[in-house]
Design a binder for this molecule. Structure first.
Ligand SMILES: Cc1cc2nc3c(=O)[nH]c(=O)nc-3n(C[C@H](O)[C@H](O)[C@H](O)COP(=O)(O)O)c2cc1C
Length: 350
């Protein structure tokens, strides 16, 4: 079964993918295979102002099964972005996002906006498929609205000629990220396209929930419930000590990735490529951060980390006071301090 950590802007960065892969390697079910994504990146940004977006494709040698996801609407820009990424970075696949509901992205006919003129989008897919050598996939929705569902189904049958894999979020653009997930659409699509890898996405809350709803599909793809919850990728239930270790490792690794990227982008030249880190380099920096050998008081990661942290703490008893203190802990040392205090207070060996 393919276990897919869904692409999420601001979430599935290099540090989170590494962490998820480590947990998957330790606790994943033997027959499962992990798949990872970058956060989506604007192809237009990559072509015209790379330093503004290139952090989205930061990747280490360890999370090498990562697929790079991009969005845009213009064929030439998409193709020049894809060819450049292919030439410079060794991603396991390149994927076109055709499901993002953001009004800003819709307005320029990218993301879900690509579903408005489906013939034009088929032409774009065909042109890209003719030029790309890396496996090419698409991630989309079941349509723009209820009225569009049949047309979208027919469109995906046509689109399957140009891609290896289709990831389907079982909601319409109008539903955005909430509401009923139409799994029947995705199961029917797989019946029609037995040769194409089809993965369902939407509303999966636990690993078991994913298995229960996998039906005839090739895998599962949790998203919102995977934020600060890497255990969703495995059947394992972590102890409080494991949760603590995961939090501190993730926070330190995220800070290490921030430092590596700042250095890499300072010497970045678009005609060459972004210097990518190795896991060994990142873990060396992570260790230095954890042993207080590096001054990371100016790093922004501890603030960014909050979106994961509140999720990590879900279900832990008596975490109300800790949650109140988190907004005041604006740097690495303060955040680690309140976390140590909380977990020690729970009697956790740390
Ligand atoms: C914070 C956030 C960021 C997201 N960013 C992306 C993205 O970059 N690319 C993408 O294809 N989908 C993105 N999505 C959509 C998810 O991949 C997924 O399709 C959607 O959340 C439905 O799954 P869920 O119900 O399990 O959350 C994002 C969702 C969230 C919540």
């Amino acid at each position: 079964m393919k276990i897919c950590l869904a692409p999420m802007d601001g979430v599935t960065d290099c540090a989170y993918r590494i962490l998820c892969k480590k947990i998957f390697e330790q606790h994943g079910a033997p027959d499962d295979e992990l798949m990872l994504w970058t956060e989506f990146m604007s192809a237009d940004g990559y072509v015209h102002n790379p330093p503004g977006v290139i952090k989205h494709i930061q990747r280490s040698d360890y999370d090498h099964e990562t697929i790079a996801q991009i969005f845009w609407w213009n064929t030439d820009t998409l193709i020049s972005c894809i060819l450049d990424i292919e030439k410079k970075y060794d991603f396991a696949g390149i994927e076109l996002n055709m499901g993002c509901p953001s009004p800003k992205i819709m307005k320029c006919a990218a993301g879900s906006g690509m579903l408005k003129d489906k013939q034009k989008t088929l032409d774009i897919l065909k042109e890209i498929a003719g030029k790309i050598s890396t496996p090419f996939s698409l991630k989309t929705r079941i349509g723009l609205s209820q009225d569009d569902i049949q047309e979208q189904f027919d469109f995906l049958i046509q689109a399957s000629k140009y891609v290896t894999t289709i990831w389907v979020h079982g909601r319409t653009y109008k539903q955005s990220h909430a509401g009923e997930v139409r799994r029947d659409f995705i199961y029917d699509l797989k019946k029609e396209l037995p040769e194409t890898i089809i993965i369902g996405n939407g509303g999966l809350r636990t690993y078991q929930d994913g298995l229960d709803k996998s039906g005839n599909l090739d895998g599962i793809m949790p998203a919102q419930w995977a934020i600060g919850n890497p255990r969703i990728l495995t059947p394992h239930t972590p102890s409080p000590a494991e949760v603590y270790e995961t939090i501190i490792y993730h926070l330190s690794l995220m800070t290490a990735c921030e430092l590596q990227f700042k250095q890499a982008v300072a010497s970045y030249d678009h005609s060459i490529w972004l210097k990518q880190p190795t896991l060994a380099q990142l873990e060396d920096t992570t260790q230095q951060i954890r042993s207080w050998a590096l001054d990371v008081s100016q790093a922004h990661s501890p603030i960014e980390f909050r979106k994961y942290l509140f999720r990590y703490l879900l279900g832990l008893p008596n975490s109300k006071d800790l949650k109140k203190k988190i907004p005041q802990a604006r740097d690495y040392a303060s955040l680690v301090g309140i976390l140590e205090e909380f977990f020690e207070g729970m009697g956790t060996q740390i």
